[in-house]
Design a protein around this ligand. Sequence first.
Ligand SMILES: Nc1nc2c(ncn2[C@@H]2O[C@H](COP(=O)(O)OP(=O)(O)OP(=O)(O)O)[C@@H](O)[C@H]2O)c(=O)[nH]1
Ligand SMILES: [Mg+2]
Length: 373
Amino acid sequence: MGGLELINEEISCIGCGVTIQTEDKNKIGYAPASSLEKDQVICQRCFRLKHYNEVQDVSLTDDDFLKILNGIGEKDALIVKLVDIFDFNGSWLPGLQRFVGHNPVVLIGNKSDLLPKSVKPKKLIDWMKGMAKEWGLQPIDVMLVSGAKGHGIEEAMQRIEELREGRDVYVVGCTNVGKSTFINRIIKQGSGEENVITTSHFPGTTLDIIEIPLDDERALIDTPGIINHHQMAHFVGKQDLKTITPKKEIKPRVFQLNAGQTLFFGGLARFDFVRGERNSFTCYLSNDLDIHRTKLEKADELYEKHAGELLVPPGPKEIKEFPPLVGQEFSIKEGKTDIVFSGLGWVTVNQPGAIVKAYVPKGVQVSIRKSLI
Ligand SMILES: Nc1nc2c(ncn2[C@@H]2O[C@H](COP(=O)(O)OP(=O)(O)OP(=O)(O)O)[C@@H](O)[C@H]2O)c(=O)[nH]1
Ligand SMILES: [Mg+2]
């Protein structure tokens, strides 16, 4: 037994928070016994993610994640709710209030680097405030940052320091919004140490709570993301996830369309202009995702014949198990309006009275909102 006593102290992986074990290579939290002598232990899964960008699937369920987060309501803490500004609706987490209890919430929009430079931060923050109100959240402050690029981090750190009033800070949100990247950036700003916590473009990277000590014996706490099953990320393969995830500033693509024309976004989604005057439609999608224009009357046939080859992703293999596209019609009211394809992007329409139809794989969310840009 001797050597194993160390494990009873419960060492956590610095990369993902999981409890380290040295017994079973195939279970989560495995690390070779020799690694326990180091100051910071990382598990085999984090090691592979960091060095080979390879993900080992884990067997935690939604319930496991929720259990981890449920305790937050009973703590006296400041909650930082992170959303992905590129997938605002999809990464919102409507149920947040339930587990944060009476704790104050700061709302932070992350990945600001993806939006066109022409977008004014002030306007975007006002827009986020409007959305928060509409969805019943009363944040005590709203900010915009880029954890990856560092924009707005200094200001956010100062503001959080003021607002936490000596309490712990929990960073929460849906998977993949960039919680760990945001915290890594804060650590880097503070200590110079880089990439302490494991991050990746796969949803579900962080597995348990990770406490980063603050100056006053309190902690900044990373949490596992809540899985939002309506996001496109759960419907595409690992390679295609790369294509649909924007990595840099999105270049808006504008199409002049007549009624009766269709746009395909790879083979993943479809946008029909059903009725209205000739008009321009602006697409905000990953620059790597091809847009294919066709006639509405030919669209069904085109998809049937060419999804998986001309219309990619999904590729020829993935298309076989890809859910069918289902359409939902929207009639555009006054003002600029976005039709949002959760996790893929959105199309801005500026024509009151127009009728459009948005198709997404069965199970993915589409929604309509006041234009963000
Ligand atoms: N463009 C851009 N990408 C970002 C930013 N922050 C994070 N990302 C990317 O988003 C993906 C997810 O980042 P993580 O930090 O692992 O997200 P998370 O919220 O911790 O995810 P889970 O641990 O799965 O809940 C990674 O591919 C990051 O590189 C950002 O500010 N801008
Ligand atoms: Mg994480």
